[in-house]
Design a protein around this ligand. Sequence first.
Ligand code: ADP
Length: 446
Amino acid sequence: MFSKKKKMTKSHSIVVKVTRWYAVHVAIIFLLMFIAAFVVSGKWASYTSRITLAHDTVEQAADLNDFESVDDGTYFAIYGKDKKLERGTLPEGFKENAPISENTVSKISSDGINYYYFDTYNADKQKWVRGIHSVRQISYELKLFLISLAILAPISLIIMALGGIRILNKGFLPIKDVARMAEDITESRDYTKRIDTSYKNSYDETARLAKVFNSMVSSVQANFEKEKQFNQNVSHELRTPLSVIMAESEFGAKYADDLESAKDSLEIIYSQAKLMRDMTEQILELSKIEQFGWSDLERLSLSEIVSEYCREHERKWAESGFKFETKIDSNIWINGHKLMLIRALDNLVSNAIKFSKSEIAIRLKQVDGAAVLTVSDDGIGISSDHLAKIWDRFYQVDKSRNKEVNSGLGLGLSFVREIAELHRAEFKIVSKEGDGTEFCLIFTLC
Ligand code: ADP
């Protein structure tokens, strides 16, 4: 419970952390923009107002007949050659005798107010014309811009943060589901549970994670079921010889009154113990194959392996009375494990010998960039109900019938399947009851 809470808080904190990270950075950017706009606009305002002041004063001086003492916030005054004020209006508190400086914008402070003023001669150079206006930090438009920025920046920051939290929360939803489901499955050990992956408007990357998680749980469930089935089969298969051993030893101990009947019991006990030994050896071997991986394979000639196998068994086959046909294309190379391949081939050929009527064929050919190895017989065949299960461990078609010809344990084809999977080969079976069976392994060429 505690760890659940902790994990939830953690994933939540990622959302908050990411949002906070971006929000703080965007806020800093907004703030810098605001400061920059404020500084630049102040400077720009002062620059333009000085230019405007000089321009308007020169205009006034050009024609004193049209002289206006106040125009659009700027005061104008006319001074005589003796620098005495003759006409015009000065802003309140502005010093009348502020020094004249020709064609230069000067700054002066009067009663706590800063003014720019500009002096220039009139056309016949008999009068001075002075323009004055207060130092305006920023224009109205710039003021509006800065106010808008100051209001809109926090609003857009809030929208951005909320949007970010929403997007991240939605994006993290499949991750939260994966964590929740993993905990759920661990606690309940119920491998049938799945995440509902019908996310609306979710993001591919994380939604894919949930789908991958589901398929991973499916394969865990399949393996779990397989192992469970295998364990049940092993215990079932071992229980039969064990109970025979117990019954026989009890019988021997209680009722065998001569050596002959004691020997009978011991022989039965021996054969059942041998069966158990064979079974455990085969089970061990199966688990050994499972430990092999693709990296344990090497480039080898399948043609040579199959040819060599056939050569070695020719004499034995001739004695069996079956007609053997072998057709092996040369120069077929695959990535493989020699002993495993011989093991698979031997299992298929042994089965063919067990169930064939008269003919057995072993073929290896190259078809469409693949190596196709087939072992076929004209034997009793397998009905379609059994075909899918034939590869399962301990599976035997009609055990009672098999036992007459088949002393196997139902593990041979499991070996073949494991070996095929190790080689990433396809395994197929085509069979018709009464007509015969063809097993086929398809390897990728190397
Ligand atoms: P076993 O070790 O008992 O032979 P396998 O896994 O090799 O076990 O085979 C499983 C069962 O499949 C066999 O018991 C048999 O019933 C059936 N089978 C396998 N190969 C053939 C075949 N060539 N023809 C008919 N039945 C077969």
